[in-house]
Design a protein around this ligand. Structure first.
Ligand SMILES: [Zn+2]
Length: 256
């Protein structure tokens, strides 16, 4: 157990249906099994229920399964260790990753609730990935897949020689979708963003897949373009019955 109290920072212990620290701060498990360790009690953080549904429906098409397989292969090296997935969403990747003990953190209660319902082998917690309720040097491996991250927090929670896997969109990720939405299409930025973590390896993986109208709508909801595209341009997608898309992921492996 690597969880720490969001109030006082002491280790949490699991007691029946709650997590308790030595200062008697107590956090109840939800019915699905996750625990909310967010300091603020606001429930409107992160992705909402509609977004969770769209993401789940899209991921279940299997179009991103090749990334899931790739990550499971990379993390095999740390299969006897403790793994933390930061910004784990609905747990699509988390649930197959090899580890002795697995944790998933996300700011979205809807996502975490969904993840905890389906995957009983991972401990899921609602938490900020910028202020993780996890002990210092507790992790053998950390994954951040399509989520923001704090290098300082990753350095704090990783053991020496711990592995950090960071996944971001490759330069051509979903280029065909952008070509429908925008007149000028640029490659995605893939600039290195860490200063203290030591990069060991980086590689691109890609796959083309076909989407029908529903899968395209669901996928669009998962992308940043959904928030940055006006209604008129978004409407261009309504007319599309099916199309072929390229998924391209940049995988970077770091050591502490
Ligand atoms: Zn406490």
């Amino acid at each position: 157990m690597i969880l720490t109290c969001p109030v006082c920072g002491k280790p949490l212990l699991k007691q029946e249906r709650s997590y308790v620290c030595e200062n008697r701060h107590s956090f109840d498990c939800a019915r699905s099994g996750y625990v909310n360790l967010l300091r603020s009690s606001s429930s409107s953080h992160g992705d909402n229920r509609e977004m969770t549904k769209a993401r789940t429906a899209f991921l279940e098409t299997g179009s991103y399964a090749f990334l899931r397989d790739e990550l499971a292969g990379i993390l095999e090296e740390k299969q006897d260790g403790i793994l933390l997935d930061l910004g784990c969403g609905e747990g699509y990747y988390t649930s197959v990753l090899p580890a002795r003990e697995r944790y998933g953190f996300d700011i979205s209660r809807d996502m975490i609730n969904h993840a905890a319902k389906r995957d009983k082998k991972t401990i899921y917690a609602v938490a900020s990935i910028f202020d993780l309720p996890a002990g210092d040097a507790c992790a053998d491996a950390v994954l951040t897949c399509f989520a923001p991250c704090s290098e300082a927090e990753i350095l704090r929670i990783l053991k020496d020689d711990g592995m950090f896997v960071f996944v971001s969109p490759g330069p051509s990720h979903l280029r065909e979708l952008k070509e429908v939405l925008y007149d000028d299409v640029y490659d995605n930025e893939t600039q290195e963003r860490f200063v203290s973590l030591r990069m060991e390896k980086e590689h691109l993986i890609s796959s083309t897949f076909a989407v029908d109208h529903d899968a395209l709508s669901n996928l669009f909801l998962m992308t940043p373009y959904y928030y940055h595209t006006g209604r008129e341009r978004s409407a261009r997608l309504d007319a599309i019955e099916s199309m072929s898309l390229t998924a391209e992921f940049l995988i970077r492996i770091y050591r502490k």
